[in-house]
Design a protein around this ligand. Structure first.
Ligand code: PPS
Length: 385
């Protein structure tokens, strides 16, 4: 080529440069297309609600901007921080409110997302320290004396696996667990999930969603996750999950994550009791400001001098990229749902009470979660699964 360019003088050299430029451009374009397709397969798997937000991924400017940010995130992983603390649950227990208040503290630096969904493949099915770092600020953005965190309550879906993974990657992290009367929280999740546009279960009835989750509960995925947790406990520093595991994790967000006794037991077993803070939903609702100051103190931040709004109710759609239908399907808990959910959580509630001495306060309806209804409904649970 060089000899050809010499024999054809400057015109030949210009032509050569153009061909090289075109070739280079094509390689970059193919690389980008490849990365884009891979990244959005991960994003949509971990966060099906994105489908409602972005109708046509390829034609949306913000999607390309997000793609570039994630590319830079992955490239610069080695100089990024790992989270100092996690809000691991439970869903529908005020985690968006907690997240919002955390963002108000001057010594807290925001992660890329409110919920990383890292354990469900946000950065691919290979889960390692470098992949996790890519979602958090660099050491320059988050210098010493500052903290960063992840508020991902989907960790409560598979607490054994999540605690084993997070403990392996960040053994000194602190853990915050908000909890709420589980029947009420599960019902809140049903109402929410059935209104997220773009999800396959948009508009579903409670029976449909309950049936799906009972079916997913039969899968061998949960045993696979437990085996992965064992390998992490034995020293593995990274694991691969499967697309099937990711699907089960993301779509089991109504029933499983309210198994509060299991969530608490798994995280305490790995991180130690002193590093786990339980936040009752009732305290968050009645004294949001004081509860947030408690959280700041727990993670080692100044809690006294900062000004806070007194009582905000932040909804997940305010802090996540979701489109939620305004139509509110059947607001109050149906008798049928109350029976099924009460039976489902009866054992967990007793176990939690034994572990902590805490009881649950109900906000929507004091009759919710009456354990006496439990045995009558246990047959229904069997028949649906
Ligand atoms: N301050 C305050 N007062 C009263 N209620 C509050 C408050 N903060 C959060 N909430 C209620 O918490 C529910 C949302 O919880 P999450 O943000 O954890 O949801 S999610 O898991 O992120 O989807 C959602 O509950 P439901 O209204 O029952 O759906 C919010 O209304």
């Amino acid at each position: 080529m060089l000899l050809w360019a010499q024999s054809h003088g400057t015109a030949g050299a210009g032509c050569y440069a153009r061909i090289a430029g075109l070739g280079g451009g094509l390689v970059c374009l193919l690389g980008y297309v490849n990365f884009f397709a891979w990244l959005w397969a991960c994003q949509l798997r971990a966060f099906p609600g994105y489908r409602g937000k972005y109708k046509n991924l390829w034609l949306t400017f913000t999607v390309h901007w997000e793609t570039l940010k994630r590319f830079v995130g992955l490239l610069t992983s080695p100089i990024r921080r790992l989270p100092d603390f996690y809000v691991v649950g439970c869903p529908k227990c005020g985690t968006s409110t907690i997240y919002h208040y955390l963002t108000l503290h001057p010594r807290i630096v925001l992660p890329a997302y409110k919920e990383s969904r890292f354990i469900w493949g946000r950065t691919g099915l290979y889960l390692s320290s470098l992949r996790l770092r890519s979602l958090f600020p660099t050491w320059i953005q988050c210098p010493s004396g500052h903290l960063t965190f992840d508020a991902d309550p989907t960790a409560a879906v598979a607490p054994k696996f999540a605690s084993a993974l997070l403990h392996r990657l960040t053994p000194n992290a602190k853990i915050i667990i908000a909890y709420r009367e589980p029947v009420e929280a599960a019902w809140s999740m049903y109402r929410f999930r059935s209104r997220i546009k773009g999800r396959f279960d948009f508009g579903w009835t409670f029976q449909q969603m309950y049936g799906l989750e009972r079916k997913l509960a039969q899968s061998s995925c949960w045993a696979e996750l437990d085996a992965l947790a064992d390998s992490l406990d034995e020293g593995a520093t990274s694991v691969w999950i499967t697309p099937d595991i990711a699907f089960h994790g993301v779509n089991s967000s109504m029933l499983r994550p309210q198994r509060i006794a299991d969530v608490l037991a798994e995280f305490e077993a790995r991180f130690g009791q002193g590093n786990v803070l339980l936040i009752p939903f009732s305290a968050l609702v009645s004294s949001t400001e004081a509860t947030m100051r408690r959280i700041y103190r727990f993670v080692g931040l100044d809690a006294e001098t900062i000004q806070l709004p007194s009582r905000l109710n932040v909804q997940p759609e305010d802090v996540m990229e979701l489109v939620v239908s305004k139509e509110t399907r059947c607001q109050s808990l149906t008798d049928d749902a109350a029976r099924l959910l009460t039976a489902y959580y009866a054992e967990q509630k007793l176990k939690f009470a034994e572990m902590t001495g805490e009881t649950f306060e109900c906000h929507t309806d004091p009759s919710i979660g009456d354990v006496s209804q439990g045995s009558a409904a246990s047959e229904d649970i069997g028949s649906i699964s």
